[in-house]
Design a protein around this ligand. Structure first.
Ligand SMILES: Cc1cc2nc3c(=O)[nH]c(=O)nc-3n(C[C@H](O)[C@H](O)[C@H](O)COP(=O)(O)OP(=O)(O)OC[C@H]3O[C@@H](n4cnc5c(N)ncnc54)[C@H](O)[C@@H]3O)c2cc1C
Length: 330
């Protein structure tokens, strides 16, 4: 590994000044960053340790909830505020990785981690995301790759579980640089390959996420996150979904159905949401919503099984959000 300078900033201003410099990277817990360095995909000249900045910590009530990007997945998974309508985020954080990783990994790092595609992660494959001319998943081993949004030169799936939950919960992000602060809806944070195949988010050089905000949600709003893995112990998802909707008298409205491990960005399924709005939720309605969600899927040679898995995942997430048993009902 090439040697690099390590900066422990004592203020936000010092960190923001440092991350403007070429070759400098921000590090939260380093779970993904150090993997990328060991894989030879990243060779920074300077690393800025964000976890020394207290203003990036914490989870507080503030016109909804204010989450510092340094909050860990373990903290999210256990937090008393992430119940009721915010439950999807707690479940997503709790389902990611392993207890040891969740104790270190941060929310900011989880949102900005790079894809886990084995062709992207291997220095032997000069894929489009690394500036090459080919997506090796198209004619290669693509069983874990995207089934939506996969036609634009790259078939990664976005790796972040919290991104899926935050998208269902209409979160916004505060982003700061030395020059300015901006705010954007979390779904506008992610970049699809058609827009730019080399990046997963809109962060410009010198910008940091300084806050994640969850709006006040209606009391009758429910949410859930459901993840299907290949093995029982820790694993990445083969399919995950976060759902949120108002639920009054058994009827759903203003629904969000967001899929993860499905596309290069968290994937919103408008057709399923539109179908669900105004319906009385039942196992049959949940199944039909899940069918609608899969209508436009474009699976690759080895991953059409994901369509079937997603149907079960979506329908279970909807029923569990409403407190219905997804298994023992007709
Ligand atoms: C075995 C294993 C299994 C895993 N399973 C899952 C899973 O099932 N689901 C899932 O979602 N994840 C999973 N992960 C990924 C893991 O959750 C992430 O790697 C971790 O959350 C990254 O957080 P970090 O704090 O270590 O980020 P770092 O590695 O420190 O940083 C990652 C990226 O985020 C950027 N960054 C960090 N904070 C900020 C900020 N405030 N502003 C701007 N940029 C920032 C860094 O610059 C870097 O580019 C798994 C990881 C492993 C190793």
């Amino acid at each position: 590994m090439k040697s690099f300078e390590y900066l422990i900033p004592s203020s936000m201003a010092e960190a923001l000044n440092a991350v403007r410099e070429d070759g400098t990277v921000a590090k939260a817990a380093g779970v993904d960053l150090l993997d990328l360095m060991k894989e030879g995909l990243l060779t920074p000249s300077k690393m800025v340790h964000l976890r020394s900045l207290k203003e990036l910590d914490g989870l507080t009530k503030s016109g909804g909830l204010r989450l510092g990007p340094n909050v860990t997945l373990a903290e999210l998974a256990a937090h008393e505020y992430l119940t009721g309508s915010y439950r999807a985020l707690r479940l997503a954080a709790d389902a990611a990785a392993t207890p040891q990783i969740r104790n270190m990994a941060t929310l900011g790092g989880n949102l900005c981690q790079r894809p886990r595609c084995w062709y992207f992660r291997s220095a032997d494959f000069p894929c489009t995301r690394k500036g090459g001319s080919e997506c090796f998943a198209y004619n290669g081993e693509n069983q874990y790759h995207a089934i939506f949004g996969n036609q634009d030169g790259c078939a990664i799936v976005h790796p972040s579980a919290t991104a899926v939950a935050l998208s269902a919960l209409d979160a916004t992000l505060k982003i700061r640089s030395v020059e300015k602060e901006r705010e954007l809806g979390v779904m506008n944070f992610f970049v699809a390959p058609a827009e730019d195949v080399r990046r997963e988010n809109v962060l410009a050089n010198g910008e940091l996420i300084t806050e994640v905000h969850l709006p006040i949600l209606a009391e009758q709003r429910v949410s859930y996150y459901y993840k299907q893995k290949e093995k029982q112990s820790f694993d990445w998802p083969i399919a995950e979904a976060a759902v949120a909707f108002n639920f009054e008298g058994g009827v759903c409205s203003d629904s969000r159905i967001i899929l993860g491990a499905a596309a290069p960005i968290p994937w919103r399924t408008k057709a399923a949401e539109d179908f669900l709005n105004g319906k009385t939720l039942s196992p049959a309605v949940a199944r039909e919503a899940a069918e609608k969600a899969m209508l436009d899927a474009t699976p690759l040679s080895e991953n059409s099984y994901k369509v079937t898995v997603f149907k079960a995942v979506i329908s279970r997430a909807l029923l569990l959000a409403a407190g219905l048993d997804p298994i023992n009902q007709k």
